[in-house]
Design a protein around this ligand. Structure first.
Ligand code: P1T
Length: 384
């Protein structure tokens, strides 16, 4: 089976790699689908003599396939899989020591804020929250103790963009750039190719794509850095089981066509909402009204399935999310089915009293791949 290190640079397009990278037919049976190696341990022929696997926290062949696949999709040399997106982020942050400083984009998933300020700050890491569209402010936030710039683009939930190449260029030697690529997926944007050092995914979202698995992934190039992360992955132990890796592998096979449909549905819906009198503002990178539309066109191959809208009041926002029928009221995003939520009281409740709190009038849509006319009819009825 292909190793998670150095996946073949085979020159295939992303849609082809999504189906084949890391997923050679099983050598012993010819099975075309990667087997679910549902085993905790592996028999050794003599002490410490084995066929590449000794214990499933350290490595498992189904996980190896997924790790090779994410490396290939992100255009990196190495991939690592985790039990959740939060576990992947937590493992990255364990690279650092008390007193180290991390600059973070000022709009992120509420769980990321909670992990940084309520868990990791207790262990001596320090965080500065910065508007990354302001390059001078970003440069000014970097201190001699800064070890990492961590960002989302597009951000959750305000759909702000960060110019990955410009930020990579301004970072001093020794400061890593980590990009949470969950909202775009590698189908729309590959941060390693723009100068990022580490790409992270909540594979719970577009990569898994079917709302049936929680997971996290990292992709990177640096051989020394991956050794440190692989050590932490095994030492800390927040790894996914083989069944979860299999579900993620299966979901990723259709990533390309799903992202195209998510993007075309979302653009049509964003345009519909922009014309609706009950909607004060639509925030979608594919609309020319988005303040960073030019960056979106330059940096992304499509604009994705996430839309945020501002309504007239918090009651109006709460009413809308309770009224849709096809758009299910639920946390999470990136599945084939459309979801709607109220970030202020749901996904971002942990930021409610913080400097990065999100507006209470905000509604977030995860546009699925249903027929767009049915989705628009559902939203029209909910806003009536
Ligand atoms: O849920 P988990 O797989 O642990 O991933 C956390 C995470 C990390 N980064 C981003 C950008 C995310 O959106 C998430 C999870 N987000 C949701 C559950 C949500 O509804 O926004």
């Amino acid at each position: 089976m292909t190793s998670a290190n150095n996946p073949p640079d085979d020159g295939y397009h992303l849609d082809t790699r999504a189906i084949h990278a890391g997923q050679d037919p099983d050598p012993s049976t010819g099975a075309i689908m990667t087997p679910i190696y549902q085993t905790s341990t592996f028999v050794q022929s003599a002490p410490a003599e084995h066929q590449g696997y000794d214990y499933s926290r350290s490595g498992n062949p189904t996980r190896t396939a997924l790790e090779a696949l994410i490396a290939s999709l992100e255009g990196g040399r190495h991939g690592l899989a985790f039990a959740s997106g939060m576990a992947a982020i937590d493992t990255v942050l364990r690279l650092f020591d008390p007193g180290d400083h991390i600059v973070v984009g000022s709009d992120v998933y509420g769980g990321t804020y909670r992990l940084f300020e309520r868990v990791l700050a207790r262990y001596g890491l320090r965080f500065s929250w910065v508007d990354l569209s302001d390059l001078a402010a970003t440069r000014a936030a970097i201190t001699p103790e800064t070890k990492l710039l961590w960002l989302e683009t597009p951000t959750n939930p305000l759909m702000g963009l960060a110019d990955i190449a410009a930020l990579a260029a301004l970072l001093p030697e020794g400061v890593l750039l980590g990009v949470d690529n969950t909202f775009a997926s590698p189908a729309l944007q590959q941060p390693l190719l723009l100068g990022a050092d580490i790409v992270m995914h909540s594979s719970t979202k577009y990569l898994g794509g079917h709302s049936d698995v929680v997971g996290g992934l990292l992709a990177l190039n640096d051989d020394e850095l991956v050794e440190r992360l692989r050590f932490l992955q095994n030492a800390v132990g927040a790894v996914p089981g083989p069944m979860d890796c299999f579900l993620t592998l299966r979901g990723i096979k259709t990533l390309g066509i799903r992202m195209a449909r998510h993007s075309s549905n979302a653009l049509a819906i964003a345009q519909f909402l922009e014309d609706h009198t009950a909607v004060q503002r639509v925030i979608y990178p594919g609309l020319q009204s988005h303040p960073q539309y030019e960056l979106a066109v330059r940096q992304m191959r499509g604009f994705g399935g996430m839309i945020s809208i501002i309504l007239a009041s918090e009651p109006a926002a709460r009413q809308m999310v309770s009224r849709t029928k096809l758009f299910a009221l639920a946390e999470s995003l990136g599945g084939v089915e459309s979801l709607i939520e109220h970030p202020h009281s749901m996904t971002h409740a942990s930021t409610a009293t913080s400097p990065i709190a999100v507006p209470a009038e905000l509604v977030r849509l995860s546009v699925g791949i249903e027929h767009v006319n049915d989705l628009i009819a559902d939203l029209r009825a909910a806003l009536a």
